[in-house]
Ligand binder design. Sequence first.
Ligand SMILES: Nc1ncnc2c1ncn2[C@@H]1O[C@H](COP(=O)(O)OP(=O)(O)OP(=O)(O)O)[C@@H](O)[C@H]1O
Length: 331
Amino acid sequence: MLKVHIGSFGYNNRDILKNISFEVAKGEHVALMGESGSGKSTLLKVIYGMLHVEDGSIFWGDQQALGPNFNLVPGEPYMKYLAQDFDLMPYITVEENIGQFLSVFERETHRQRIDALLALIEMEAFAKTKVQQLSGGQQQRVALARVLAQEPEILLLDEPFGHIDNFKRNSLRRKLFPYLKEKGITVLTASHDLDDVLPYAERTIVLEKGEVIANQKTRKLYKTPPNHYVASLFGEVSEVPIQLLKSYAKIERSVLVYPHEFKVSNTSGVRVEVKHSFFKGEHYLNEGRAEDGTLLYFNTPKKQTKGQSVFLNVSLKTINKRLHVEQTAST
Ligand SMILES: Nc1ncnc2c1ncn2[C@@H]1O[C@H](COP(=O)(O)OP(=O)(O)OP(=O)(O)O)[C@@H](O)[C@H]1O
């Protein structure tokens, strides 16, 4: 069990992390989400021991992870951190970079391990290429193999596919996350990308301005987000005042609705004027303005004409599920 407790941490007397307390079970994969600047990288660096935290402690089981004031080289042997900058040796080859951390006592398995890691990151063809000749995305993949070669018990990933194009990103995450699960590695992944989070992370912790505002099973968080900020991390979302959907409702509440949850009708529902219709591949995402000025985002299979009126409906099931959401100033 990884136990993280941070009373406060700041740079230059400015508090960045506040009152953070959470645990990650052995072998669990937890995502760390939050808007840019919310403190995700800082939190990973504190856990890894790159930043000294006066007011707080990090434990792995009963071992305390000590910060830079205690360790000459940051980090603990059982924990690895894949940073946004890759920390590679540029003048040696890809396989040498990966092999550097494999034990010399494992001569027979050395080649096999390198080959398996090269296959995992889909870089077999670049084994003998010097790292300095690789693209940013390729270097990120080598950096990943390099941390995996060290067989960590805990892996901290900071935007692990940030430099990798969509094509490779999809196949890489489909291989990497099941690999980590199979090896029983405890993973904490900071990411903006819901495709890293929804299919793979059992639990998601959300940071807002350096504080944990949600810590829940990922599916539950997606289905019943506590507020607009959390829901918007999962994509476009509309905050719909309940009176707009049910004019008889007497409560000052709003309901969070994802674009695919609106049903479009030509005759009844909330009337909106189409403002924009964006091509999204297998559907269009539309922005519509209701008569009270509320902007609603809804999907349709076909392009909608600007200025046209459509009627939107939300199922009672969705309304009931999300009704607890407080109305915020952002509507
Ligand atoms: N070395 C530093 N010195 C001073 N302030 C810093 C330093 N590193 C980060 N910060 C500040 O700390 C806050 C949190 O930054 P951090 O990088 O942890 O956010 P993040 O959630 O990881 O953002 P992103 O998603 O953009 O990577 C920001 O306001 C940032 O400007």
